[in-house]
Design a protein. Sequence first.
Length: 384
Amino acid sequence: MITGVAGAGGQLKFLPRDSATREEAAAMLVRVYERYTSKLDWLHGFYAFSSYSQIDLTASMDAVSVGWARMEYDPAAGPVLNSSRTNGNDWVRPDDPTPATDYWDTRSLPYNLNVYASAGDSIPLPDGTTTSTVAAVTGTPEARAQAVAALTAASADYAGLTIDFEGLKGDTIKQNYVTFLKELDAALPQGKTLYVCVQPDTWYTGFDYRGIGEAADKVILMAHDYQWTSVPDSYAGTTNTDSPVTPFASVYEALRDLTDPATGVADRSKLALQISFGSAGFHVDGEDRLLETTIYHPAPSTLALRLAQPDTQVVYSEEFRNPCALYTTEDGSRYKVWYENEQSVLDKVALARMFGITGVSLWRIGNIPADGAYDVWSALLTQR
């Protein structure tokens, strides 16, 4: 956001009890106007699971990241880059990727290799202790060097790399991860891009936004999936179903922290807000009381069908800036579902612009509402 009055040297001053001069007021109004009227200048999409059905949408994107690799750690062998189905890996390179890669090559659309890893898994070590993949891969110079070498070699077939290491917490991993990214950035051949995905630091305290921004060409903020992961048994029989996927206040906090003048990414042109099309649904009775504690996650394709039903009711929460749909299935069951629609996405895009962020990333291609009455894609294109 606009965080103060510009003083000598360009630094911002917060002066809530002072009056602005005519020049200061004019400068603030110009900055607000410029952000309010700015357009999206970078649109990125993740191409991963079941994405080919929407490959035509990528023709209107500026870059794509393909989810075809996972970083793993073997206590005996060290860091290993896995693009096969071994070890239960879902981040698999297709046997024949050319239908997708040829499509992008003919359009000169850059595509990065996305590499996923978790800091929340548990890997047993020979001494009886455990570690996580991210902690092990980034924890020593030797492990970092091996991982960087594998990643650099893998980048040869792509425009660059997108690093999606998730679940980072604590100061140790925070320092090691930035060191790893800077070593990777230095090792990548000239012309290769490095994108880095980050999570909100409300819970995930292992992301050094300032340091990551120095290493990366793009930083993608995954400010989504705030919905409940479980429902207390005591909620059954109540109308407590407020579980928006992207509550506006939480997204604001994430954007604020990412752009903090002291600790955030310094170059805001590198930033992109990610939009995910998740959902959180609840089985309710005729008076909207919870009948069970199961959380349902209908896909956008399912939601599109339900939203087309004439008896479906949609309410847009002004507090959360998320829509909630109430619909009845063929067997008479009623469901209340929080999700993303055109209005909620454009509200977040407008908020990001006020922070000087004009990039958007989409998770994921193949899952983007782009048809009929449920068409977020067309709404996004109006912001270009």
